[in-house]
Structures are given as structure tokens and as C-alpha cells.
Design a protein around this ligand. Sequence first.
Ligand SMILES: [Zn+2]
Length: 364
Amino acid sequence: MDTHTKTLKVRVKNRHTAVLRRMAFECNQVWNEVNAVTDELGWIPIPEIGWMSGGGLSAFDLQKELKGIRARRGFIIGSATFQEIIAAHAKARRQFKKHKLRWRVSGGSKRSLGWVPFKIGAAKWDSGQVKFCGLKFGVFDSYGLKDYMFRSGSFSEDARGRWYFNVVVHYTATKSTSRTAIGIDLGLKDTATCSDGVRLERNERYREMEGKLAIAQRARNKTRVKAIHAKIKNRRADDNHKFSTRLVREHGAIFVGDVSSSKLAKTKMAKSVLDAGWFQLKTQLKYKAIARSVVFEEINEAYSTQTCSSCGVIPDSSPKGRAGLGVRHWICSCGEEHDRDINAALNILAAGGCSRLAGGIPVL
Ligand SMILES: [Zn+2]
């Protein structure tokens, strides 16, 4: 099993801005104290090594030096943040070969963007939120953070005053034990159809919400329009997540037709194509497959709808062109009855199987 490291960045909800600003203010004070100490001590010679900044003070010495500040000033940031600031300061001193760095400014036009770092163990995932310093922070969890072990990281602010939670995580690409392969046709009627007949149905709930959306748009109720849009988006993401997680759990290889949304968006099908959220589903399948060592491949899906998956010919009876869009079921000249989308998914699977076998990877 391979272990990898990556940094995940998620947006922190706005209600936490005030407390994060306060923490950042405290971090700036710690940074500046460290700066003052190392500046005062300057450079000292270390035999056989050379010169060392900050009087050669170790992180441990500095921690002792700063021990009292936390209690004296009633800081809410903990020792894991103190230690990380000291480490970051030392690293920057080495990098820039200076014993004094720039001050961190907490106000005015030269204000430093907020930064609250922490060492491993200080931030944890706790019932849907990030627990840090005894507080809980709501975040927009686009990664499924509960599946990761948090290491070190930081809270950081961008120029527009929005806060992010950045955390280093280890993850293991676990070898999938599943040996089955599946083809997926991304269609217009259903969002996705698998070669084994499983479908991600385009939800009736969307249509219901689309009705509400139309009413709100006619009433020019901007707030409501925005809210409904967000709701539809969330629901789709949720459906896509459930579907993609299930597929990577159940299969060892996934082949998806390479329909390009941009290509189809130019046609009259634009709305239903964009609504289907293909791109999102494909992206989710891809990264989840990689994390589980599941084979993932996009397959040229030309003729996958028209070709009979049993005999391999393109009979006159198969659905063709825009006129064929409404054809859901058809019978091949070989006598095989087809559901349009399952047949397409079977062809995609077959194409994927061939290219895989040629590559010599014994997944199938
Ligand atoms: Zn046939």
C-alpha cells in the first residue's frame, strides 16, 4: 500500500470570522515576540558550523521564553500554534539568512493576511466540523474530510477576508479487491446508465424545484432564485457523490464515455446536458477511483449508441442522430432487444476491456 501526502483546503463558514481574526491577532503577537528575541540576540558563532541567527536559541528555548505570554495576555491559541509559529519563524530565518524578519501587522493598510498555524494533533474532525482550540468550525467540506487523518496545517485568510482551513493529510491508495468492470453511458434521459443496468436517475425533485425556480424568476425574487439554485446544485452534488462512491466500491475498473459537455452545449441539448452534471460526476469518479487504485478510463463513445453490443453491427433499426434521441428501445437485426442506454454502456465496457487487455493489465 502506498502512502501519499496532500494538502486539502476548504472554505470556513463566515460566522467564524471574528474568532479567527482574534486568533490571527494573537499569532501576530507571538511572531513579533519571536522576532524581537531573535533580533536582540542577533548572530552567534557556533564552532565548526558557522553563524546562527537568534543567538542560536532552539525552538525549545524560545518556547520557554514565551511561556508566560499566553496566560498574561489571555490568549485563546494553544501551544500547538505557538510551536508552529516558532518553527515557521526559524525556517524563514534559515531561508532568508536573517535573524530578524518582517513584523506581522494586525491593522491598517499594511495588515498581514490572517494566519493561524498549528502542529499535528491540534485540529481534528469531530461530528461534521473541525475541532480546534476547543472550538468547532463549520466548513464547506468538498473532500469528505472525515475519511482523512489530519496532520499539521493552518487557517488562512485571503485578500477578500474569507477564511480557509488548510490541512496536510496522509492517504493510502488501497488496492481494490473488486474484479468486476463496468461501462457507463452518460445519457440525456438519465444522468448515467451502467452496463449492469444500474442507473443514476435524473431526480423528479429537480423538476419540482425547476417549477419553483420559474415562479421565483417571474416574480423577480432574486434571493429566492439564488436559494433554489443553490439547493439544486447541492442535491445534484449529493446524488453524484453517492453514485460515484458506490461504483468505486463495487468495481475494479470503470469506463466512461468521453462525451464532451462543451461540444454538446453548442447544440439544442445544452440545457439538459449542463443540468445532468456530467462533468462533476466524471471528476468524482476519477479521483475516487485513483484513491482506491480502481482503473478509470474515458472511452471514445462514437457509435456506442448505434452499435449492437451482441453482434457488433450497426443495423438500420438502431437509434441514429438527433432523430434517434427519442428511441429508448430497439431490436437489432440479430434479434437482440436493447435498452438504448444499457446497450451503449455495454459497448463502452467492451471498448475499455479491449484497450485494457492490450495494455496487459489483468483487472478484468
Ligand atoms: Zn445485433
